[in-house]
Design a binder for this molecule. Structure first.
Ligand SMILES: [Ca+2]
Ligand SMILES: [Ca+2]
Ligand SMILES: [Ca+2]
Length: 491
């Protein structure tokens, strides 16, 4: 009997480690899968859903669209790229420059295989080339109506009509008339229900109104999801001064530039981190002429780093924070807004001892993070995996949404976060006051620890509190990823 037990024991000690060894990759996969649920939403085939994206650009009106396209291509693995369409704008009324999109995408083709060593899913060069289209060559509403269809407007219709339940995100870097024509055509050839279905699938984020078709679209299609700082730029009536997107490299209170850390968005930074010794794509990045990359917030809004939530513009992201309301008419509007749109909101951010309460702060508060991320991805164009940095993976040991009662202790834990390069991690818990509807202060002790706890405030009505954990590695450059916990507090 004893011999039998010893034999069993011997067998077990050889079999179980083998089973465990065999199971380890599976267990690891289950673990990773489990923790990645808050990070992605999953499609019906259990693959994380990428956002479908179709960009309209007045590229070549000034350098910044080309700059934005270079940055966008470094993130193109996070998207299903449906199209890149060359359009006009108030700055470029009588030509479109699809040739320049081809030029930059060709340069991408040279570095694409190297990018793929760092993160998978980069689209093939030929895949992108087939999706470069041209809009109608005329200004604003002159390019909308009967006989004004273009390769670009037809492509928008075809893309939205695809049998795919996911919305189509349309970042607009110039005029919006190509989208206006697609909508005009659908409205004039389809039933009311079909138009409604078409409009429901669109998500628009425009960089101000760079022609007169934006207000027409918003006033004609009142249900269309639309993010914009409305207005145009003309002489002294400068809507750009008040526009959220300028926060990528500017700040309205330009006499306090240090608060916005503008030294990482100038030509010296670009020389060192992007243009020189970073391969063919970086070489396509033009020098900064006015401000760096005014158009980029429209797709940075969708970058999958755990911070933003595209269907909730009021939560804030690298693309800024917007709220849903009908804005008062300003002198720089083309025409009054007739319905609520997702538009300018302000964040209160302290930088270098100065309090900023501005629209631009909703973007520049993340500037160090998004510029470092850009620089790292530019390194990916030329480096091996071992010689480049990769962002941390942030894991929460609680769900992204939790519900507590007044005075209850809230324990938050991000200690299972890790870094693909085994870098050391630092933690910062940020109470994002503007994103929730609890308006008072919350004191967080030990904001720099992987785990924090605090007492939920006493409330008389249900309130929501947004806490972001920003996790930064010590690689070169330092990279940051996030997770958000929304705490619903009941009385
Ligand atoms: Ca532009
Ligand atoms: Ca330069
Ligand atoms: Ca790293």
């Amino acid at each position: 009997m004893i011999r039998f037990l010893v034999r069993i024991n011997q067998l077990a000690s050889t079999i179980f480690p083998t089973i465990f060894k065999l199971m380890k990759p599976l267990l690891l996969f289950i673990l990773l899968f489990y923790f990645s649920i808050p990070f992605y939403s999953f499609g019906k085939d259990n693959k994380p859903d990428k956002h479908r994206i179709l960009i309209l650009t007045d590229i070549e009106n000034e350098p910044d669209d080309a700059e934005s396209l270079v940055r966008f291509l470094l993130y193109s693995n996070q998207f299903d790229v449906e199209g890149i369409v060359a359009t006009t704008s108030c700055w470029q009324r009588d030509k479109v420059a699809d040739w320049r999109i081809h030029e930059i995408v060709d340069a991408y083709g040279e570095v694409r295989d190297n990018l793929e060593k760092h993160e998978s899913g980069y689209p093939e060069h030929s895949f992108l080339k087939e999706r470069i289209k041209k809009g109608y060559t005329d200004f604003g509403m002159n390019a909308v109506g009967k006989g004004k269809d273009s390769e670009g407007s037809d492509w928008i219709i075809k893309t939205v009509d695809k049998d795919d339940p996911r919305p189509v995100w349309v970042p607009i870097w110039g005029g919006s008339n190509c989208l206006a024509q697609a909508l005009w055509k659908v409205k004039n050839t389809r039933s009311g229900a079909e138009v409604e279905k078409f409009v429901k699938k669109l998500r628009v984020y425009t960089i101000s109104d760079q022609d007169n078709s934006g207000p027409w679209i918003r006033n004609t299609f009142k249900e269309l999801f639309y993010i914009v700082s409305p207005g145009y730029h003309e002489g002294g009536a400068d809507s750009y001064y008040y526009a959220t997107w300028t926060g990528i490299s500017g700040e309205r209170h330009y006499h306090f530039p240090s608060g916005a850390n503008k030294y990482i968005v100038d030509n010296d930074w670009v020389d060192k981190n992007i243009q020189i010794n970073h391969g063919a794509l970086g070489e396509q990045y033009p020098d900064v002429a006015y401000i760096m990359e005014g158009d980029s917030p429209s797709f940075m809004y969708l970058i999958n780093n755990g911070l933003g939530s595209p269907e909730n513009p009021n939560w804030g992201s690298w693309g800024g924070r917007y709220e849903l309301y009908q804005p008062h008419t300003q002198i720089y509007f083309h025409e009054p807004e007739t319905r609520p749109i997702w538009t300018n909101a302000r964040d209160w951010v302290k930088a270098d001892g100065i309090d900023f309460i501005t629209e631009q702060a909703t973007i520049w508060r993340w500037r160090t993070h998004f510029q470092n991320d850009f620089a790292a991805r530019m390194d990916w164009c030329i480096s091996s995996f071992e010689n480049a940095n990769h962002a941390p993976i942030v894991r929460l040991n609680q769900l992204n949404n939790i519900t507590v009662k007044s005075d209850e202790m809230v324990d938050l834990d991000a200690s299972t976060s890790f870094d693909p390069d085994q870098n050391e991690l630092t933690f910062e818990w940020i109470y994002y006051r503007e994103a929730g509807n609890f308006s008072s202060k919350i004191e967080l002790k030990e904001k720099d620890k992987a785990k924090i706890s605090f007492k939920a405030p006493k409330v008389t009505k249900q309130k929501s509190i947004h806490l972001i954990v920003a996790v930064t590695d010590n690689g070169e450059p330092n990279l940051t990823s996030y997770q958000r916990t929304i705490i619903t507090v009941n009385p």
